[in-house]
Design a protein around this ligand. Structure first.
Ligand code: GTP
Ligand code: ZN
Length: 198
């Protein structure tokens, strides 16, 4: 047993909670196959919800201004993410597309994917995650505009409840010129639909 403490909850308490749920589901947490499950679930939670220990703004702190005069749109698309809905704690799996129009500052592209990771690995609603990503880029780069489109499949809708497979939720947050200028917005939407690079 470890003395791992997160948010004032010890690993022992977390594992006990998993045992309670196993029992509540109708099984016996003391049977052999389930003995290690609380430990595994606690470790899985560290991975699934690792975003609470990540600082999205810190990833964006390192910016560059020397880009050879490049002042056109930068797009990073098809960033896969795994999240969990805050209503049912069920997985949300999908892709994020991010674009911005630099106003002097750019950021290493991997940092955009790290920002997605930091917000995805939490309990989320897709609308909030979309806005958090856009606002983070806006804060760090003060660009002329930012666009974020998120596509997600919500397992709380496929494996339970309404049981609808193949449904995607699409959310977007547009700031600055992406919001005000229809041509910028449609350029972004066209770029995220182009065939992939490989
Ligand atoms: N807007 C939004 N809704 C979400 C998201 N993730 C899950 N939901 C929805 O949150 C809602 C919660 O509704 P409730 O009526 O409180 O929960 P419920 O009784 O379990 O609802 P059902 O899923 O319809 O069985 C459901 O409609 C979910 O589909 C999300 O990211 N954004
Ligand atoms: Zn849900």
């Amino acid at each position: 047993m470890t003395d791992d403490i997160r948010n004032n909850i010890s690993r022992q308490q977390a594992e006990a909670a998993v045992r309670t749920l196993l029992q509540w589901a109708g099984d016996d947490p003391t049977r052999e196959g389930l003995l290690d499950t609380p430990r595994r679930v606690a470790r899985a939670y560290e991975e699934w919800f690792g975003g609470y220990t990540l600082d999205a703004d810190a990833y964006m702190a390192r910016t560059f201004e020397e880009v050879g005069g490049y002042d056109e749109m930068v797009v990073l698309r098809d960033i896969e993410y795994e999240s969990h809905c805050e209503h049912h704690m069920a997985p949300i799996i999908g892709k994020v597309h991010v674009g911005y129009l630099p106003a002097g500052k750019v950021v290493g592209i991997s940092k955009l994917a790290r920002v997605v990771e930091a917000y995805a690995k939490r309990f989320q609603v897709q609308e909030k995650m979309t806005a958090q990503i856009a606002d983070c880029i806006q804060r760090a780069l003060q660009p002329r505009g930012v666009g974020v489109v998120v596509v997600g499949a919500h397992e709380c809708m496929t494996t339970r409840g309404v049981h609808k497979r193949g449904v995607s939720m699409v959310t977007s947050k547009m700031l600055g010129s992406f919001r005000e200028d229809a041509r910028t917005r449609s350029e972004f939407l066209k770029l995220i639909e182009m065939p992939g690079g490989r």
